[in-house]
Design a protein around this ligand. Structure first.
Ligand SMILES: Cc1cc2nc3c(=O)[nH]c(=O)nc-3n(C[C@H](O)[C@H](O)[C@H](O)COP(=O)(O)OP(=O)(O)OC[C@H]3O[C@@H](n4cnc5c(N)ncnc54)[C@H](O)[C@@H]3O)c2cc1C
Length: 534
């Protein structure tokens, strides 16, 4: 059944990191009538507790629960790809670590021809969006909607890591989102007073009663509507009904790096042979749709912690769990208030590099990650997750069916570049060097995974191929640029189409050096600025 159209100035598809930021700014002008369509629910009761990232990571009530196709580079394993499906999107289920990336990341985007995206161009938007608890500076903002705090947990192993760094000549960095990223640091988080600050809570909840804003949840956008090459609205499935919505000015896709290219292809925008195979009439050939997909693949090393009372592995079991729940209930502290990693390292594996080429997440408990499920191991340990900041391997995401409810085919082609393999091997060796310092040996024992018999480069590569999963940062599948694989221009307008933009992780020309939530919110902010001020 198709219901007739309501009409809006702007329709935003997807209420995730970028979508919420965009909707907030667009609707700040009361003359803009704005509609947000979100496929997922209004929220999940667990989402606000920081530790929920472990619980929602494979929960279909809040998650699209994608998987890659079998990957040759990872021995035909299908890599799990969690993506948030609720208001706040992936920021409502993520690990709450806040990283902007390196200045060089954005200068590279500009260097590729994207005017308006250099570090100097994006910095005002990063400052505008945040309220950093340590105060305003040349690099940081203090009056934005997104509260950013330093991790509050005070486990002594964190200081020990910094001492180990010092012994190896690695600096401690008080603000890796400031002048320079390199070094060891306490993580900055999107946690405020023990509660998750998702894009929903930062950007949407405070303004959701604006009279010019309509938010519809459980509304799956099934396709875009075109009049010739002009986007004029969207079609959505709400319950059992198909409903159309008219956009008088623009539609903005913010469905994320998996869903935005899927929606374009379902609507007839993409590679002609893929559309033809799925019986979808061609609206506009754009060969880059769904290409250029990148993510951070990340091997996880685990070391035994021998010093009692340090690892949190016991915290989530039996009476201890009750204690932790009480602690959290009383003053929002303890295990439940941890982000996915309380200490971060941004390191160079080669001295000649302009910036760190790897990131390490240090986690004071043993994580057992198997097939996308995340559990606490029984024995006390420390997990060190290593990823390469700028992987060269690129993959794709394309529809397998014209049915909008079918998951697309996601192919990463992980480890298809020699540089990616060499960098990860060097990263694994660097983590071992840190953990083998006297400072860390006072707290830690043997390497539990992969173990000391995994010693040659070939062994380490085999370990990565057999075990590594991602740190959940898919980007690039509708990348911004001017080359044959690009989909949007520097103002985020889809090539050759009028009144259609994309604002989400999919537009990134390359990955940012770190976790991607903050950069996605910045993209939402920039998109609003393009629409409202240019
Ligand atoms: C488990 C996990 C852990 C992570 N940890 C961190 C971390 O610690 N720090 C960090 O910075 N980043 C982290 N990330 C990554 C980060 O959260 C994402 O990169 C970012 O949130 C993506 O933002 P986005 O706007 O591109 O898309 P999303 O936030 O994913 O939003 C897309 C929205 O669009 C909706 N949507 C999709 N298709 C449709 C449709 N057809 N119709 C209507 N609505 C639709 C989705 O339901 C979703 O709400 C993590 C991600 C995950 C999944």
């Amino acid at each position: 059944m198709t219901n007739s159209s309501e009409s809006f100035d702007y329709i935003v598809v997807g209420g995730g990191s970028a979508g919420c930021a965009l909707v907030n700014r667009l609707s700040s002008n009361p003359t803009n009538k704005v509609l947000l369509l979100e496929a997922g629910s209004k929220g999940h009761f667990l989402s606000r507790v920081p530790v929920s990232f472990s619980l929602l990571i494979d929960n279909p009530a809040a998650n699209w629960c994608y998987r890659s196709e079998p990957e040759a580079g990872t021995n035909d394993r299908q890599i799990p790809i969690p993506r948030g499906k609720l208001l706040g999107g992936s920021s409502a289920i993520n690990g709450l670590v806040y990283v902007r990336g390196q200045q060089l990341d954005y200068d590279t985007w500009a260097q590729l021809g994207n005017r308006g995206w250099s570090y100097a161009d994006v910095l005002p938007f990063f400052k505008k969006m945040e309220s950093f608890e340590k105060g305003e500076s040349e690099y940081r903002g203090r009056s934005g909607p997104l509260l950013v705090t330093e991790v509050v947990d005070q486990n002594p192993i964190y200081e020990q890591l910094f001492k180990a760094g010092r012994a190896l000549g690695i600096v401690r960095n008080d603000d890796y989102n400031g002048a320079d990223q390199e070094g060891f640091a306490r993580a900055q988080t999107t946690i405020s007073d023990g509660r998750r600050m998702s894009a929903d809570f930062a950007y949407l909840r405070p303004i959701r009663r604006r009279r010019n804003l309509t938010i519809k949840t459980r509304a799956l956008v099934t396709k875009l509507l075109f009049n010739q090459k002009v986007c004029v609205g969207v079609e959505a499935m709400i319950g059992k009904s198909i409903v159309t919505f008219e956009a008088r000015k623009e539609v903005i896709l913010s469905g994320g790096a998996i869903n935005s290219p899927q929606i374009l292809e379902l609507s007839g925008v993409g590679q002609p042979q893929i559309l033809e195979k799925n019986n979808i009439p061609l609206v506009q050939a754009i060969n880059g749709v769904g290409e250029s997909l990148r993510d951070h693949i990340a091997p996880r090393l685990v070391f035994r912690i021998t010093k009692p009372g340090i690892a949190y592995n016991d915290a989530a079991r039996g009476m201890n769990l009750l204690k932790e729940i009480l602690k959290y209930g009383i003053n929002r502290s303890g295990f439940l208030n941890l982000p996915s990693a309380p200490v971060l390292g941004f390191f160079k594996t080669r001295t000649e590099l302009a910036g760190p080429d790897i990131q390490v997440h240090f986690i004071p408990y043993r994580v057992v990650l198997e097939n996308g499920k995340r559990k606490l191991g029984e024995e006390p340990g420390m997990t060190c997750t290593v990823n390469q900041n700028q992987p060269e391997s690129v993959g794709s995401v394309h529809i397998k069916s014209p049915d909008p409810q079918q998951h697309p085919a996601i192919r990463y082609n992980f480890l298809s570049s020699r540089l990616d393999i060499d960098t990860l091997v060097a990263g694994v060796r660097l983590v071992r060097d840190i953990m083998n310092t006297d400072e860390m040996q006072m707290y830690c024992g043997e390497e539990m995974s992969p173990g000391s018999d995994c010693s040659s480069d070939e062994d380490i590569v085999a370990f990565i191929r057999n075990k590594a999963e991602t740190v959940y940062h898919p980007v690039g599948s509708c990348k911004m640029g001017k080359d044959a694989k690009s989909v949007v221009d520097e103002k985020l307008r889809v090539h050759q189409i009028k009144n259609l933009r994309i604002a989400d992780a999919s537009i990134m020309p390359t990955l940012t050096s770190g976790n991607t939530n903050g950069p996605c919110m910045m993209i939402g902010e920039k998109c609003a600025d393009f629409i409202m001020n240019h």
